[in-house]
Ligand binder design. Structure first.
Ligand SMILES: [Zn+2]
Length: 484
C-alpha cells in the first residue's frame, strides 16, 4: 500500500479493542438495508400478500401466467417455484442484469449510494485491497512467478484465484490507526509491523459470498529472503477469518459443484487451482489438515454429494478420516460421502497434469462409500476369527453410527457393513479350522455355509449372503484348481 493510499483514507478512525471484533455492516448488509427485496421486486412485477411474511407475483426470470415467484419479506429472500431461481436482492439484480454477483453488488451499491469507493476504513476493505496489491506485486517477483509456472499454473488461473506475492513491508508506513486495522484483519504482525505472509506467494481465501477474509501463503522455493518458517501458513484467525468454517475455493467452485452435482474435496490450494485449470471446477480444499463441522454445513448447502480425494500418504488418510468424522453430525439422509484414493506417491494435481481431467473424474467415481471406508479403517483393531473380535467390530459400528445422528441410514449401512465383514471372517475362520487340506467336496462347503447362516441368522440379507456366496465360490474354485 502506498503512502498516498493511506493518506486518502479518513484519519478520524479510532479502533478500540472491542471494535476490532466488530465487523460493522458489510456492503451486502448496507444494500439489503437500503433496498428491501419486496420493494425491488415491486418495480418489476406486481406482488400480492400470500400469508404471513410472504408475497407472491409473476416471475420476471421466466415466462409465466400464474404467479409462482415467492418473496419472504422477513428474510428478504425469494424463491420461484416455476424456474427454481432463488436468492436475495443482489442475486436477483445480478440475474436481471446478467452480471456476476460481485459486479452486481458494486453496481447496486453505487445506485443506492451505499458503496464506499476505496474506503479503507474497514478490515474488509483492507483485505480486498491487499488482494489487488499482492496480485500486482507478483508481477515484480520473477522467481515466484517462475515457480508457479513450473508447477504448470497458467496466468488466467492465477488471476481467477487472485494469486499474489507479499514482500513484507506493505503496512509499515501506515498511520497507527490503519496499522491497528491491518492487525485486526490478520495482515500485519503487531511486534515487527511486518506483513504476516512476508516473502510468500499469497492465495486469498474467500467466504461463500466471495469476500476475501484471509490468506494462505507459500514460501518461494530456493528463495532465501525468508530463511525459515513452514512451507505453507495462513494469516491468523480473526473476526473475518475463521478457518474451521471455511473451505478454500468454495466460492469459486459453487457453480461447478451445481453443474457436476457433487463437490470434490482435496488437500491443498495448488490442487484446487490445478483442477479448475483443467476444467474440473467443482473442487475445494480443506483449510489445514481437515475439514470441520462448520465447513461441511456450508458444503451441504450447495450439494448432497461429496468425494474426498486426499493425498495417498498417512497424513492424508488421517485427515480424510478426521474430516469424515467431522462431517458425521452434519450429514442427513440423502447426503453421500465417498473416499477416493490416489495412486501411491501421486498428488491430485500431478495426477490430473499427467492423465487429464477425465481420468481424475473417473478416479473420483470409484471412491469407496463412506460405510465401507469407516469399517475398513477399524478392521485391523479386531481379531475377527474370534467371537469377541466380531462383537467388538459390530459395537464399533454402532458407536460410529451413533455419531451420524441426523443420518440413520448411514448408521444402518455401517452396521450392515460390519455384519457382512464379520460373516465373511467367520466363514473364513471356520473353513480354516476345518483344515481342508486338498480335497473339498462341494457338499461340505454347502453344509458349512448353511451352518454359518444358522449361527448368524441376522446377517443382513443382501450383503451377508452375497459375501458368503462369494467366499464359497472362491473356496470351490481353489479346491477344483488343486490336483486331486
Ligand atoms: Zn421463475
Amino acid at each position: 500500500m502506498s503512502e498516498s493510499t493511506a493518506q486518502r483514507t479518513p484519519t478520524s478512525i479510532h479502533v478500540s479493542a472491542s471494535q476490532r471484533n466488530d465487523l460493522g455492516p458489510t456492503l451486502v448488509d448496507r444494500i439489503k438495508q437500503a433496498l428491501p427485496l419486496a420493494q425491488f421486486v415491486s418495480q418489476h412485477t406486481e406482488l400480492k400478500p400470500a400469508g404471513k411474511g410472504e408475497m407472491v407475483g409473476c416471475c420476471m426470470l421466466h415466462e409465466e401466467k400464474t404467479a409462482s415467484f415467492h418473496v419472504n419479506t422477513e428474510k428478504n429472500i425469494y424463491h420461484c417455484k416455476g424456474c427454481g431461481a432463488a436468492g436475495n436482492v443482489i442475486q436477483l439484480f445480478a440475474a436481471l442484469n446478467d452480471l456476476s454477483a460481485t459486479d452486481a453488488k458494486i453496481a447496486l451499491g453505487k445506485q443506492l449510494g451505499v458503496y464506499k469507493e476505496r474506503a479503507l476504513d474497514t478490515g474488509e476493505a483492507l483485505l480486498s485491497n491487499a488482494t489487488r496489491l499482492y496480485m500486482e506485486q507478483l508481477g515484480r517477483k520473477p522467481n515466484a512467478m517462475a515457480y508457479l509456472e513450473s508447477r504448470g499454473l497458467q496466468r488466467a488461473t492465477m488471476e481467477k484465484f487472485g494469486v499474489g506475492f507479499c514482500w513484507g513491508r506493505e503496512y509499515m508506513d501506515l498511520k497507527p490507526d490503519q496499522q491497528a486495522l491491518a492487525q485486526s484483519a490478520g495482515l500485519m504482525r503487531e511486534e515487527t509491523k511486518k506483513s504476516w505472509l512476508a516473502g510468500r506467494i499469497t492465495f486469498p481465501v474467500r467466504d461463500k459470498n466471495g469476500r476475501v477474509v484471509g490468506f494462505g501463503g507459500r514460501l518461494v522455493p530456493s528463495d532465501d529472503y525468508v530463511p525459515h518458517g513452514p512451507k505453507y501458513m495462513n494469516t491468523p484467525e480473526t473476526a473475518y477469518f475463521k478457518k474451521s468454517e471455511l473451505l478454500y475455493g468454495l466460492y469459486e467452485a459453487s457453480m461447478g459443484i451445481g453443474r457436476a452435482g457433487r463437490a470434490i474435496v482435496v488437500e491443498g490450494y495448488m490442487d484446487v487451482l490445478m483442477q479448475h485449470q483443467h476444467g474440473v471446477d467443482n473442487v475445494v480444499a480443506v483449510m489445514g489438515a481437515q475439514a470441520s463441522e462448520n465447513a461441511f454445513k456450508q458444503l451441504w448447502q450447495v450439494t448432497k454429494n461429496v468425494v474426498f480425494c486426499l493425498d495417498p500418504d498417512a497424513a492424508g488418510e488421517k485427515g480424510a478420516l478426521r474430516s469424515v468424522m467431522a462431517a458425521a453430525p452434519t450429514m442427513t439422509d440423502g447426503c453421500t460421502i465417498s473416499i477416493a484414493t490416489m495412486p501411491a506417491g501421486v498428488d491430485p494435481d500431478e495426477f490430473t497434469l499427467e492423465h487429464g481431467a477425465e481420468a481424475f473424474k473417473a478416479l473420483c467415481d470409484q471412491g469407496v462409500p463412506l460405510a465401507k471406508y469407516l469399517m475398513a479403517s477399524r478392521i485391523d483393531q479386531f481379531d475377527l476369527s474370534a467371537a469377541e473380535g466380531r462383537a467388538g467390530l459390530i459395537m464399533a459400528a454402532r458407536e460410529i453410527g451413533a455419531t451420524f445422528s441426523s443420518a440413520p441410514l448411514v448408521a444402518e449401512q455401517l452396521e450392515e457393513e460390519a455384519r457382512a465383514v464379520c460373516a465373511a471372517a467367520l466363514v473364513e475362520s471356520v473353513l480354516r479350522k476345518m483344515e481342508l487340506p486338498k480335497y473339498l467336496d462341494q457338499r461340505e462347503v454347502e453344509m458349512a455355509a448353511q451352518m454359518l447362516t444358522r449361527l448368524i441368522p441376522d446377517v443382513p440379507r443382501q450383503s451377508g449372503r452375497d459375501r458368503i456366496a462369494q467366499i464359497r465360490k472362491q473356496a470351490l474354485e481353489r479346491r477344483s484348481a488343486s490336483p486331486r
